[in-house]
Ligand binder design. Structure first.
Ligand SMILES: *Cc1c(COP(=O)(O)O)cnc(C)c1O
Length: 712
């Protein structure tokens, strides 16, 4: 085993009595512990908000005198002692779900590869749902006591920040991240030099240094190619997430897959489960086979031996969405590999060959599916779509017999649930509600929560969201260069007492953000209906190279800028996990309008649901499984012959449901001003969705259906 050291930077000037705050800042455990967050925010909430919830910057900027003051206050210290007692008990890892239920399995290690991880807004190494899912997976693995390790890349510029110009055009800002201000723990070798791994490219080696992010008990290892021994262009390799240049992409994927295996080996780990979250990491399969070939095995033996440990989760229901490379790129980047594996070029290409109308490609999805015994889609419907889509790999089987299962996605409740709702659940569902989160019987008691108490919290959360948006607008306005119409477009005129619909996600065209705006005059009428007005909030980024996605933003923004909206149509710029939290907690209705069956799962609707927002969505992905007629609303029902008539059907259905059901139900109040029927639906939603679509249920299914079989 190689020796290595981590050194947590702890150079804060803190009073001794509370100096463990420095340690807390370097473990993301705090991000899903409201009481731990309060240890920062209650010292200076304004600074905490201004620094975008970055505890490292906060501890650095906070004056010593305020810290001394906090260290004198008995209630602060009581809060502090309790948080650290919980933290220490958590990190001691005794009696976890994994230990109690699968003690033998828990002796194994699980390597979890992902191109992106969405853990917190301060660490922008994610672009959307795939990354947030990976981040939530690590947090839940930690909560359940799974011996899991994350592997990914550290992007020097992160994902871009979004600005929307006055004309509605998305500008992408790429700013270098300040690693010193992030919870990144450098790993060093015995000589005290940065710990590196390297991969071979045709004419050179590329090295990457290693950083660790602590996610509770779960380590996440990130590779960073910006090291002096690399050529200048290789130092750029990990500068951005999802380069559009295909050369960068393949090189990043070689680094993730091959480099990731070498990280495990170099750190002395020996995982028995190798989980690939999407195909980007599928080169790990080749590297592990190469290791065995180097020990004297044949390629056939090696690939057989490794496949049992591989778990592959596919997220892409459209063939074009899967990563694949033209064969000349495989020649360029992987020529050394086939000789090392003892294969001819043709044999090598056959491992992942895919026939496209424009020619043959090397498909990461094919590589992963053909060499993993664990394969799954991310919702029941997506499982079915995936079996059909990949049927050609199992030609002799009927679609329903294609060996791809599904594990429906979930979300990490402690990350996404409003603190106030947690307090309410604690009071009415029991002190152990969080441990029993995925137990449907717990949620059968939701009627114990009085309507008034639930409504009060909901109204509080909506006000909080509206004030947050106003405050953001104010700050942008004060910086100058912001047209008044942009201020109104970003929420300056929102009203916290109006029925509010949220639509926020990546702006990919299949998600049809503009569907609800199809009949703009009709929408303008609804926004300004005298006794029952409506507000709609949009947010989301388009990939910088996705021109149609950016045009979609512009189209939405054009509508948002119209004076006739009365400021009730809003586009919030720079969607990230922070904005997402405010929106899923604050809006009344969560809208999702993907073109079926393109949404493999979707997760933002689950976050909204557990906060009491009602889903109003196309029956695609997870919603097809969750919707029961009483816990939200469906848009459209059958699959139309072509996309045009599908769009038309969905538009008709959307407006009819909105006008005839959603708006009247929201404004139907009893004598105390409580929308009793609305709350009834909200409780149906909480009861049926929260346990089933929790990350807790999801990770347990991965363990029992995929990880345990992989170690047998
Ligand atoms: C949850 C989340 C997503 C995923 O949203 P979908 O509606 O499932 O696409 C994307 N981005 C952020 C920031 C999120 O928090």
């Amino acid at each position: 085993m190689t020796h290595f050291k981590t050194k947590t930077p702890n150079n804060f000037d803190l009073p001794r009595r509370i100096n463990r705050l420095g340690e807390l800042a370097y473990n993301l455990w705090w991000t899903w512990q409201p009481q731990a967050q309060r240890l920062f925010s209650r010292i200076d909430n304004e600074l905490w908000e201004r620094l975008a919830h970055n505890p490292i910057l906060f501890l650095r900027e906070m004056g010593r005198s305020s810290m001394n003051e906090a260290a004198q206050k008995s209630d602060y210290l009581a809060n502090y002692d309790q948080v650290f007692a919980e933290f220490d008990a958590y990190m001691a890892k005794k009696g976890t779900w994994c230990d109690k239920n699968h003690p033998d399995f828990c002796k194994n290690q699980i390597a979890y590869f992902s191109m992106e991880f969405g853990l917190h807004e301060t660490l922008p190494i994610y672009s959307g749902g795939l990354g947030v899912l990976a981040g939530d997976h690590l947090k839940e693995a930690s909560d359940l006591g799974l011996p899991l390790m994350g592997i990914g890349l550290l992007y020097a510029e992160g994902y871009f920040s979004q600005r929307i110009s006055e004309t509605g055009w998305q500008d992408a800002l790429n700013n270098p991240l300040d690693f010193d201000a992030l919870p990144l723990i450098p790993i060093f070798n015995e000589e005290g030099e940065p710990f590196t791994v390297s991969v071979e490219f045709p004419d050179r080696r590329v090295s990457a240094r290693l950083w660790e992010v602590r996610v509770g008990r779960t380590p996440l290892y990130l590779m960073d190619s910006d090291v002096p021994e690399n050529a200048p262009e290789d130092r750029q390799l990990t500068s951005r997430l999802y380069w559009s240049d295909i050369n960068f992409r393949i090189a990043q994927e070689v680094l993730l897959g091959v480099g990731g295996v070498r990280v495990m080996r170099a750190l002395g780990h020996n995982p028995s489960v190798w989980h690939m979250n999407e195909g980007h990491a599928a080169f790990q399969i080749l590297e592990r086979a190469r290791e065995l070939v180097a020990e004297g095995k044949t390629f056939a033996e090696a690939i057989e031996e490794t496949r049992v440990n591989n778990v592959f989760t596919t997220h892409t229901p459209v063939p074009a969405g899967n990563d694949e490379f033209p064969l000349w790129m495989i020649d360029k980047y992987l020529a050394a590999y086939w000789t090392e594996l003892g294969l001819s070029r043709d044999e090598f290409v056959s491992l992942a060959r895919n026939q496209q109308p424009w020619g043959e490609t090397f498909s990461m999805g094919v590589l992963a599916l053909r060499h993993s015994d664990g394969r799954n889609g991310v919702s029941e419907l997506h499982g079915r779509v995936a079996r059909k889509m990949w049927n050609f790999l199992w030609e002799d089987r009927k679609p329903e017999d294609v060996p791809i299962g599904y594990v429906t996605n979930g979300v990490h409740a402690s990350t996404w649930l409003a603190r106030r709702l947690g307090v309410l659940y604690q009071k009415y569902l029991g002190a152990d509600w969080l441990e029993r989160l995925d137990d449907p019987r717990l949620w059968d008691q939701i009627d114990q929560v009085p309507d008034t108490a639930l409504w009060e919290v909901r109204m509080h959360l909506k006000r909080k969201m509206v004030f947050y948006m106003m405050e953001r607008t104010r700050r942008r306005w004060m910086k100058g260069g912001f047209h008044p119409v942009q201020a109104i477009a970003s929420g300056a005129l929102l009203d916290p007492y109006v029925l509010t619909i949220g639509f926020a996600r990546r702006f990919a065209t299949y998600k049809r953000a503009n569907l609800i705006l199809s009949d703009l005059d009709r929408v303008l009428g609804l926004l300004n209906e005298p006794n029952q007005p409506l507000q709609i909030i949009f947010a989301g980024k388009a990939h910088p190279a996705d021109e149609p996605g950016k045009e979609l933003i512009q189209e939405v923004y054009r509508a948002v800028k119209k004076a006739e909206t009365g400021g009730r149509l809003v586009f919030l710029e720079d969607y990230d996990m922070n904005v997402a939290r405010y929106l899923v907690q604050g809006v009344d209705v969560w809208l999702n309008t993907p073109r079926r069956p393109n949404e493999a799962s979707g997760t933002s609707g689950m976050k909204a649901a557990m906060n009491g927002a009602l889903n109003f969505s196309v029956l695609d992905g997870w919603w097809r499984e969750a919707y029961n007629g009483h816990n939200g609303w469906a848009i459209g029902d059958d699959v139309a012959p072509d996309t045009e008539s599908q769009d038309e059907n969905d538009i008709k259905s959307l407006y009819a449901t909105l006008e005839n059901e959603i708006i009247p139900l929201y404004y139907e109040r009893n004598a105390e001003g409580i929308p009793v029927q609305w709350i009834k639906m909200m409780k149906n939603n909480l009861r049926t969705i929260t346990p089933q679509f929790s990350m807790r249920r999801m990770v347990k299914e991965y363990v029992e259906n995929l990880y345990i079989p992989a170690v047998k």
